[in-house]
Ligand binder design. Structure first.
Ligand code: SAM
Length: 176
């Protein structure tokens, strides 16, 4: 599985906490190592994701990124691959097979308005259908195809709770 960072742009404390938290949860389930929140410094979103890690385990680091363009510039200069999700991009079915899995990948998810610099700086501008989409669903669709599924249960060690899959009902156990 590739080393994945998700960079969420332009978070607004008043309007976006639920959407940004769900982007973080989606990143985690698909094995991202880092979730970076740019825009407003909203510690409630980071805290929610850290709480999920304490309860359900895993290793994803969530933090605020004050300089998303600077972060991307360095990431690419150090050999990483930047993929920007946008409805204006090329179809993901065509692009994903070309994305190298042996280099760190940052997936950039926009907010209300994404400036031109991101389109130019990222090596791939990828659309999950060339139609307006939910950013959470677009991220899930992209990562599902990139990784060919969610991370296995063993990737979520160290939590207080463990879910055991069951045909009916809920089987959640407390770890010692
Ligand atoms: N109007 C904004 C712009 O300037 O591009 C986009 C707003 S959209 C609600 C927020 C984010 O959802 C986008 O920046 C993009 O990352 C993601 N998104 C929306 N539709 C998408 C699609 N069809 N494929 C990939 N990503 C999409």
């Amino acid at each position: 599985m590739a080393h994945i960072t998700v960079l969420r742009l332009s978070h607004r404390t008043g309007r976006d906490p639920r959407m940004s938290t769900h982007l973080g949860l989606t990143s985690r389930v698909y094995g991202a190592k880092q979730f970076l929140l740019a825009g407003d410094k909203d510690s409630a979103v980071i805290q929610s994701l850290d709480d999920v890690k304490v309860r359900f385990g895993g290793e994803m680091e969530a933090r605020h990124e004050p300089s998303p363009l600077g972060f991307l510039r360095n990431f690419i200069a150090e050999g990483g691959v930047a993929v920007h999700l946008t409805m204006y991009g090329l179809p993901y079915q065509e692009v994903v097979p070309d994305i190298p899995h042996d280099k760190p990948i940052v997936v950039v998810v926009g907010g209300a308005k994404v400036s031109r610099e991101y389109y130019e700086m990222c090596q791939y501008n990828v659309a999950i259908g060339n139609q307006p989409h939910s950013e959470v669903a677009a991220l899930a669709g992209f990562l599902e195809r990139l990784n060919d599924g969610v991370s296995p249960p063993d990737d979520f060690k160290g939590g207080k709770l463990e879910i055991h899959p069951t045909e009916r009902g809920k089987d959640m156990r407390q770890e010692e």
